[in-house]
Design a protein around this ligand. Sequence first.
Ligand SMILES: Nc1ncnc2c1ncn2[C@@H]1O[C@H](COP(=O)(O)OP(=O)(O)OP(=O)(O)O)[C@@H](O)[C@H]1O
Ligand SMILES: [Mg+2]
Length: 522
Amino acid sequence: MGKVSSEFIARDLPVGGSGTSSHGHWLEVRDLAKQFGGVYALKDVSLNVRRGAVHGLVGANGAGKSTLIKALAGVIEPDSGEIVIDNKVVKIPDPHSATNLGLAFIHQEVSLVPGFDVLRNMAMGIDPDTHFGLIDWRSMRKRAEQVHERLGMHFSLNARTDDLSTAEQWLVLIGRALMRDAVMIAMDEPTASLSAVEASRVHKVVRDLRDENVAVIYVSHRLDEVVDLCDDITVFRDGAAVMNAKRENITKPSLVRAIVGADVERLEKDESHVHGRVVLDVRNVSDKKLLRNVSLQVHEGEVLGLAGLVGSGRTELARIIYGDSKATSGEVYLDGEKTKFHSAADGANAGIGLVPEERRSQGVFLDRSIAFNVNISSLRDTVVSHWLPLLKIGAGNARALKSTQEVGVNTKDMKMLIGSLSGGNQQKVVIARWLAQRPKLLILDEPSRGVDVGARAEIHRVIRELAANGTAVVAISSDSEELVDLCDRVVVMNEGKVSEELTGAAITLENIVSMSFNRKED
Ligand SMILES: Nc1ncnc2c1ncn2[C@@H]1O[C@H](COP(=O)(O)OP(=O)(O)OP(=O)(O)O)[C@@H](O)[C@H]1O
Ligand SMILES: [Mg+2]
């Protein structure tokens, strides 16, 4: 990866101690408060952000991290409190003002413009007058090429972003922030959807930014990376900043305690299911692009993990299993019967539950209530009910409340729009949907992406409970630690093939990571 000179990002900015307050702070948040419908999303939050340092924000789902970032970005208006930059109190009434103050953001929700290519998406929001002149696409492209190289993007600047994977789309968003002359870059869960390799690329970019005297705000639920990467850490709980600490004073267990308010228990696994009745039988499946003779079985009550790098074929295999995509050869059997699905709705009707990778576009109806989102029972239902009020909402509320409380969603108001829940709580709603339904086979693609440590343990408990009641579970995860915690058996995929299988004590972080890189020869 080529190293780009430091003037690339911090151009025209004073270096060293200048441009910061006498305490070395560049941005100060003082007693910031924000309520939504009488509930505090931020409760008098104060923190200081330094240039040349990475400031981690951690906390349970709904703790207020994204709300703070949105206040800095001019997306929401705080009720009270102050934001101080370079010793001056500033107002940030809109995103444009934030950009002018040298602030850049990568928000939690992927916000690419469909139909635009990578270059145009990266150039979004850059003021052509101030930087490039109105139609100076040539210098825009040149700058984009630098960012492209720096992030190691393996797709073209001309690729349409719709055609990219989730991980690739995140790289484009990071690229967009790097296109600006930012003094501070805030990243809201940038690595949540990335595999270990891609995440380490982001970590390198973050470290480079720090070395260039940029201030980085970094939100993550992956505590290992927070401990590894951040110089300062603020822990949020219920809207309040409950801990501000320097990296050297923090350990991972102390961080977990501060976030959850308690220790988190480890799950006991019951591996007897590995030899149960076969529910899913995939035989020699290949597809047009990537998959080559994939065979695997999942048993009643078993949780099978699918490991591998992004692009190893895990999601593609899942899509064939539930009917969203076709194999060119091979067969899939569900409960002993050969499947002939023409769509994902067929798979749903045959008893396959799905927690999709891209929650916002595939998993939830953001403009509908929590109750609606829990009660839609199959993909076919979701298609029809979207415009026909087919659901008996009254009865549904009670059922929705029961399931959402079981997975630990933090509200009892089932009429609330799911879109106003925090990211992690939305994911819990999608999982709650399947509690009441007991599918034969449940496929989860990145089940605890963006979910806090406490909730993650809850979600794992719920998945194990579904399995204990007979559901066969397939869990795809780029977070290898999650597979170690959750699965009875792990199949490692590599370039469209099954390369290894791990059971029992062999399911370790080291084995999963090293095997994800080892390509099995034909
Ligand atoms: N527009 C909104 N309307 C109503 N409530 C909101 C809105 N935005 C946020 N909230 C509430 O404010 C609280 C804080 O949410 P926020 O998104 O900041 O959490 P978070 O710490 O980023 O969580 P996560 O880790 O799940 O992303 C939550 O209870 C959330 O439901
Ligand atoms: Mg958030």
